[in-house]
Design a protein around this ligand. Structure first.
Ligand code: PLP
Length: 388
């Protein structure tokens, strides 16, 4: 059996040994008391991770895209107006979904690598009464970080519900769902939460649930409807399991362990660790002559980096780095994807995994024909890690 490469793509990410161990537990039934307690604890821990004591968590089999569609399907009725603060590929995805569910969509777009100004967003909010405004917290296609707190405050001021795609942020970037007035935030198990792929995670504020309850038309999907899932989440949390659709027993038990690791680290400490690692990574990128795809440091994520290929280097770099034992990802933004690559640094990422990554990147860059003094990236990274 071969050892897989170090996984430094923006999800799925490497798993801790405790999470792996939870996956190898014997299969339990969905009504098993041990599973029931695990599910209940996972739901409670989600409120801590999202800093959302008042919210209702949902854990549903599926990926982040399912969580995205759950938010849209439950909040939107045909004819509703929605504003998308578009920062790239995943904002395009939610805009398409909103339209599929009958919304009239307005978008405030920035050029790739940037976020529209707060003034521009407020102008759009003032022009029409939107029911919902969506924000992609970290657009994984470009590593753009949106100012959720400020944007959410604007949306609240204008009476719009705030939906946050936190798939590449929750567990790595600061997000305080209740305090910031976010109504729905969602993610997936395989990104900064540090569990395997397969679970959609969504938290809904009391206001979001009231909006859903006040619908005049049914949700046009049985699997996505809060009505099916709400009693199940409440039952598992109360210790009285119940059935709608078979839960992914082993994945939920693994998620419960990874959420336990997040809660034990505490969210402020975890966010600060991601910021420290991102700063150190940036020191390495600049020492190697690699430019960020994002336009400004304030709009640059801490969970991944998107870096332009240097002159003379193409997408074969990803393969060269893979041959050195580390998996990184190519570009994803449709207009730019052949011009840049991405390195994930979330979850259990550490000084050690970053050193391994920058070392492999140096050897891969050399194989791809980029010229620099060997070791400058590793040295810059190490200096930044030592300086903290
Ligand atoms: C990965 C991702 C998604 C989609 O999640 P899947 O689990 O791949 O369906 C949506 N939004 C963002 C920001 C993502 O990073």
């Amino acid at each position: 059996m071969s050892t897989p490469n170090l996984l430094m793509i923006p999800g799925p990410i490497g798993l801790t040994s405790d999470v792996l161990r939870a996956l190898s537990e014997p299969q339990r039934g969905h009504l098993d008391p041990v599973f029931m307690q695990s599910y209940g604890r996972a739901l409670k821990r989600l409120r801590e991770v999202f800093v959302a004591p008042a919210a209702q968590p949902f854990i549903v089999s599926g990926s982040g895209t399912l969580a995205m569609e759950m938010s849209v399907a439950n909040l939107i009725q045909p004819g509703d107006k929605a504003l998308v603060v578009n920062t790239g590929y995943f904002s395009d995805r939610i805009a398409t979904m909103l339209e599929l569910h009958g919304a009239q969509v307005t978008q405030v777009k920035a050029e790739p690598g940037d976020v529209a100004s707060l003034d521009e967003v407020e102008r759009a909010l003032s022009s029409t009464a939107f029911k919902v405004m969506t924000i992609t917290h970290v657009d994984t296609s470009t590593a753009v970080l949106a100012p959720v707190r400020e944007l959410a405050a604007l949306a609240r001021k204008h009476g719009a519900l705030v939906v946050v795609d936190g798939v590449c942020s929750v567990g790595g970037e600061a997000l305080e769902m209740d305090a910031w007035g976010v109504d729905v935030a969602f993610t997936a198990s395989q990104k900064a939460l540090g569990a395997p792929p397969g679970l959609a995670v969504l938290l809904a504020s009391p206001r979001a649930l009231e909006t859903w309850k006040a619908r005049t038309k049914p949700v046009a999907s049985m699997y996505l409807d809060f009505a099916q899932w709400l009693p199940i989440q409440q039952a598992y949390e109360a210790g009285t399991p119940s059935y709608f659709a078979t839960p992914a027993v082993n994945l939920i038990m693994a998620l419960e362990v990874s959420l336990g690791e997040l809660v034990a680290e505490t969210m402020p400490v975890r966010v600060a660790r991601h910021q420290r690692l991102a700063r150190a990574a940036r020191a390495a990128w600049s020492a190697l002559g690699l430019a960020s795809l994002t336009k400004r440091p304030e709009v640059t994520a801490h969970t991944l980096s998107a870096l332009k290929y240097p002159a003379g280097v193409d997408a074969s770099l990803v393969k060269h780095v893979g041959a050195q034992g580390v998996n990184i990802a190519g570009g994803l933004h449709p207009a730019l994807k052949t011009t840049y690559f991405r390195v994930g640094h979330m979850g259990a990422a550490s000084g050690g995994t970053l050193l391994e990554t920058v070392g492999a990147l140096e050897r891969g860059l050399t194989a791809a024909g980029h010229r620099f003094e060997a070791g400058v990236g590793v040295a810059a990274l190490e200096r930044a890690l030592v300086a903290r």
